[in-house]
Design a protein around this ligand. Structure first.
Ligand SMILES: Nc1nc2c(ncn2[C@@H]2O[C@H](COP(=O)(O)OP(=O)(O)OP(=O)(O)O)[C@@H](O)[C@H]2O)c(=O)[nH]1
Length: 787
């Protein structure tokens, strides 16, 4: 039996230790573990124990009270055969079409319905009316299924339970991808066999890296003319910079595509039957693909030798790894985030989807292989996070990752990381410390649900009637764990909206709901113009909410012109020395602050580009007033005086100051800091920044010149242009300000055959004349200008 031992300094990764003496739950020592690395290099939690080389007790370690929780035999059995996966990709790569096949082959749905299909039913996972009409995924949808997979490692068929989240491709709905990847243990990165790595492929790749999610790649649309999986694999290696190799070669291409050769098990696999239901395996590799299959198997071994020591040793000794050794190495390297095995298929033609599902089970991580940690409020703030254990008997830790307002009230999606969530039980919100009952617990199947009594660790479920925010952690009250939330990008575009006719409560009801569900959708009232401003990730994002207001709440709104989210920044250091003094009869106010502000670059480690540093010595400002100064600094950054936009890229260093024994207060120091910064703002030579987007256009080759011309005319900088057979792709950086109306222009110059996608890249200084215009426009809105 294995026991989970939690480690302290150095490596904070969990490890399994097989000593029976450590089973006692009364043991309370934190144990340093010499093993490092994100995930144990073995397939199952059971074998992970082998990777622990030494465990010693550290006498200096403070004794925090943590019982150790064992993974029982039942836990191990469940976890080994469980996968939580996401399907992510660039727009229109076929994520929803692929998920529909997965649901069909696993028996979750009886019929296949296509995205924009002739039967007008629409795919199961696109349940929202708008999604079906537009043929795009807007919200991620969760479902689950069982799959009997052929294991390349054991050679046997085994049943796996798979939770799947299908995510949108449009970058406007990127938060959906972000929160799905936050709670998943693996992902299928879908790519188009013709277009290859596209702009949003790079985005989801970044998101997968952010949450350390291992992925298999699936090159879809192998039926398309011009399909070239080898070029796509080359792009995965060069553009995404991850070792990748095909684990299959196609049998036939384009119209003739009818199956794949499994390079690991060395079998030809065909789909037969009207919907490809019958998977037929043959030991006979067709002569037409024998040469390429041998070549690609050799390349697979070569790539594995680069990332896996065992295979490298075999290759060095001139030995050929066995099928099982190859499969084990693929699993180790994939789970270890060093490699992505590449599968091929055509979702729409029902070809080679089942072998990819086998790959999900064989090569992606199980819940015990994800190093998931939480912070314990009882530990000092700088204490390393504590790894969670997917043991059913451990105290509950669950993360609410998505909220939805449904017919029956708030529906909260949760991932249970540790312990068991039971219907009727009480759970505690770690942020608010509130105790809530779980009245109803369901497993989601897109918009349908199945009531359950309990949900074990490593599972995804939804609960009704639990008030919380997205990203809240829930426990059973016996621990004080809280998990870090996900990354939420800042909005880049905003729009003034006004309900037509009389304003009804539905207007604010809708806005409140959308804001609660989607942290990238923000609403505020502009104090100067008194208009309601909505902000989001792109025009499509805001359009969808406006449309939903009308459909779901009966509120028709008129909109202003979309405005990009400008920011301000400082370009040089300036020193401040400011005294805030007020004497008006009663208690006075006194605070003096001395220091400087300087430009600050974005710190990728902390994801911050603003900071406050206190270097005050000798108590010239008492330490209890320092937080007030910090608060004042961040408050001052909320609105720059050039254009009223937030200030980024600035650091304040507070060096000195003075106080008055009676008249000083937190308020006085807060006001003094704000005023100090405003006073020297002009000396920092501030400038206005505008959002710059990475734009990718794909169109038939004949339109290349006109597309490039259209981007140049919009102040675009062409970064890359690639011509393939009949199509070309062009990547450019263009200010968002110049992108309004681009979709209709592109339609015009490409006879409707061009497509584009864009994604926020950075903020850059606006041209001087625009800065002047923005400053003037802002000045006019200020109260003194109106007088
Ligand atoms: N030729 C071909 N077309 C496919 C294949 N799979 C999907 N498609 C088509 O590609 C289009 C996009 O498919 P979806 O499944 O909606 O793609 P998606 O990635 O879910 O789209 P978004 O979520 O909106 O980004 C649809 O018209 C599908 O019919 C395939 O294997 N071959």
């Amino acid at each position: 039996m294995q026991t989970l031992v939690r480690g302290v300094p150095g490596s904070w990764n969990w490890a399994l230790h097989s000593s029976h003496s450590r089973l006692a739950r009364s043991s309370t020592k934190w144990l340093p573990i010499s093993y490092t690395g994100r995930r144990p290099a073995s397939s199952a939690a059971a074998t992970a124990a082998k990777t622990v080389t030494s465990i010693q007790e550290d006498a200096k370690t403070p004794e925090y009270i943590y019982p150790k929780y064992d993974l029982s035999e039942a836990d191990l059995k469940r976890i080994n055969f469980q996968r939580n996966i996401g399907v992510s990709a660039h727009i229109d790569s076929g994520k929803t079409t692929l998920t529909e096949r997965v649901l069909y082959y696993t028996g979750r749905i009886r019929e296949i319905h296509e995205v924009r299909g002739r039967d007008s039913v629409g795919a199961k996972m696109d349940s929202m009316e708008l999604e079906r009409e537009k043929g795009i995924t807007i919200q991620s949808a969760a479902t689950f299924c069982d799959w009997e997979a052929s294991s390349p490692i054991t050679g046997e068929k085994q049943k796996y339970a798979i939770n799947i989240i299908d995510t949108p491709g449009h970058v406007d709905f990127t938060i959906e991808v972000e929160r799905a990847l936050r709670v998943l243990d693996g992902a299928i990165l879908v790519l188009c066999s013709v277009s290859g790595v596209q702009s949003q492929t790079t985005t989801v790749d970044r998101q997968m890296r952010r949450y350390n999610v291992p992925r298999i790649s699936f090159i879809n649309k192998m039926d398309r003319p011009g399909a070239n999986p080898w070029r796509v694999i080359g792009q995965i290696q060069s553009k995404l910079k991850i070792a990748a190799a095909a684990v299959q070669v196609p049998i036939g291409v384009e119209d003739e595509f009818k199956g794949v050769v499994d390079l690991v098990r060395w079998k030809a696999i065909y789909n037969e039957g009207e919907k490809g239901n019958n998977v037929v395996e043959s030991d006979e590799i067709p002569a037409s693909v024998m040469a390429i299959a041998k070549q690609k198997r050799a390349e697979l071994i070569e790539q594995l030798a680069e990332v896996d020591d065992e295979v490298a040793d075999l290759v060095l000794m001139d030995e050929t790894p066995s099928n099982v050794q190859i499969a084990e190495a693929i699993r180790r390297a994939t789970v270890g985030l060093k490699f992505s095995p590449v599968f091929l298929g055509s979702a729409i033609k029902n070809t080679a989807v089942q072998p990819m599902l086998d790959g999900v089970c064989a090569y992606l991580a199980n819940p015990a292989e994800s190093t998931v940690t939480a912070h314990d409020a009882r530990l000092p703030a700088n204490a390393p996070p504590v790894p969670l254990v997917p043991a059913a008997g451990a105290p509950l830790v669950a993360l609410a990752f998505k909220l939805e307002e449904g017919r029956f009230g708030q529906l909260t999606y949760m991932r249970v990381y540790q312990g068991t969530l039971r219907k009727g039980s009480f759970i505690f919100n770690a942020r608010t410390d509130k105790k809530v009952k779980v009245p109803r617990l369901v497993r989601m199947h897109s918009n349908d649900m199945e009531d359950v009594d309990s949900i074990g660790p490593g599972e995804i479920c939804a609960v009704f009637g639990v008030e919380c925010s997205s990203g809240d952690t829930f426990t059973d009250g016996s621990s004080s764990f809280s998990m870090t939330s996900m990354f939420v990008p800042e909005p880049v575009i905003s729009l003034a909206i006004k309900p037509q006719g009389q304003e009804t409560p539905n207007f604010s009801r809708a806005l409140n709901r959308f804001q609660k569900e989607d942290p990238t959708f923000k609403v505020h009232i502009d104090h100067e113009s008194k208009e309601t401003i909505i902000s989001g990730m792109g025009e499509l994002h805001l359009e969808i909410y406006i449309e939903r207001m009308q459909r779901e709440y009966g509120v028709v709104v008129t909109t202003g012109k979309p405005r990009v989210a400008y920011r301000e920044t400082i370009t040089q250091r300036a020193d401040f020395h400011h005294t805030h003094k007020k004497q008006t009869g009663g208690a006075g106010q006194f605070a003096r602050v001395i220091g400087y502000v300087e430009p600050m670059a974005f710190d990728p480690e902390t994801s911050k580009d603003t900071d406050f540093e206190n270097v005050v010595m000798g108590g010239t400002i008492p330490h209890n007033y320092i937080p007030a100064c910090e608060k004042g600094w961040y408050e001052a950054l909320e609105k720059g005086t050039l254009s009223g936009n937030p200030i980024v890229g600035a650091r304040m260093v507070l060096q000195d100051g003075s106080y008055h024994i009676v008249d000083s207060s937190e308020l006085a120091f807060r006001i003094a800091t704000i005023a100090a910064f405003r006073e020297i703002y002009a000396q920092t030579k501030p400038i206005i920044l505008e959002p710059i987007m990475t734009v990718e256009v794909v169109a038939p080759g004949e339109f290349q010149a006109s597309v490039i011309g259209s981007l140049n005319a919009r102040r675009g900088t062409i970064l890359d242009s690639e011509v393939r057979d009949e199509e070309f792709t062009c990547m450019a950086e263009v200010p968002l300000n110049d992108m309004f109306g681009y979709s209709s222009q592109l339609r015009g110059v490409t006879q409707g055959k061009g497509e584009f996608s864009m994604e926020y890249r950075t903020h850059q200084p606006v041209l001087p004349h625009l800065q002047k215009e923005l400053e003037e426009a802002y000045r006019k809105t200020l109260p003194q200008a109106k007088k």
